[in-house]
Each structure stands twice: as C-alpha cells, then as structure tokens.
Write a protein that binds this ligand. Structure first.
Ligand code: 5GP
Length: 113
C-alpha cells in the first residue's frame, strides 16, 4: 500500500479542507491555488489510480462518475459550462499522483487554449 496521497489525507480529515460535494465513489474540493473564478478538483475516494489513462483502462464507470459530478458542480457554482483538465505525468504538470480532474468554470470565454 502506497503512502496516503494529499487528497486521501483531505478526504479522511487528516488535512482540513471542505468537501464541497460527493457521490458514492467521488468527492470534490476547491483547489488551493485557483486558476479560474471557479476551480474545483473532482477526485475518486480511492487512490488506486494514478492518472486518467490508468483510470480509463481500469474503471471507466468511475471516470463517468467523475464527469457527472463535475457537470453538477459547474451548474451549482457557475453557468453550467466548464473545462475539464487531467494532467497526466510530471511532464504535463501533474504533481499529485492520485487521479483528479480540474473543473474550471466562470468567465472562461477569453482563453489561450
Ligand atoms: P496537478 O498538478 O497534480 O494536476 O493538480 C494538483 C492540484 O492540487 C493543484 O492545482 C494544487 O493547487 C492542488 N492542491 C495541492 N495541495 C492541495 C491542498 O492541500 N488542498 C487543496 N485544496 N488543493 C491542493
């Protein structure tokens, strides 16, 4: 068993951070360093998968559950439109190797990507 990730430590309450929503297998928090007016993280409760490629191969239903929670949160926290970002690998900027989706919403019309 690997060391608990920062997100596992948040979910278990070891590190304080508000759990803003959850479904059976997924929870959401606000990113500590927001890059958009709304910047949330949607995270499986289990840290079994390191990144989205492993997740898609191992448990596509869990990936679908993550997207569903992202969609719900975008409606609750913004106008319903959102960008969903998965960083896969250190070279792409991934720093926490417990798969998570960045949900960016609110005022995203002007963008470079
Ligand atoms: P990554 O770079 O792995 O794609 O994304 C990790 C994200 O987790 C970063 O956007 C970072 O700001 C966020 N993060 C790291 N540590 C914490 C924390 O302790 N609390 C919260 N809420 N977010 C965190």
């Amino acid at each position: 068993m690997s060391e608990p990730s920062i997100f596992t430590r948040i979910f278990t309450g070891e590190i304080p951070s508000e759990i803003i929503a959850q479904t059976e297998n997924v929870f959401a928090i606000r990113d500590i360093n927001p890059q958009a007016p709304v910047h949330l993280l949607v995270i499986p409760k289990s840290q079994e998968y390191r990144d989205v490629v492993e997740l898609a191969a191992g448990d596509p239903d869990l990936l679908t559950e993550m997207i569903g929670l992202a969609n719900t949160l975008a409606s609750e926290h913004a106008d319903g439109d959102f960008r969903l970002i998965f960083n896969r690998g250190a070279g792409a900027g991934q720093t926490v190797f417990h798969v998570h989706a960045h949900v960016l919403a609110g005022g995203l019309e002007e963008r470079s990507l």
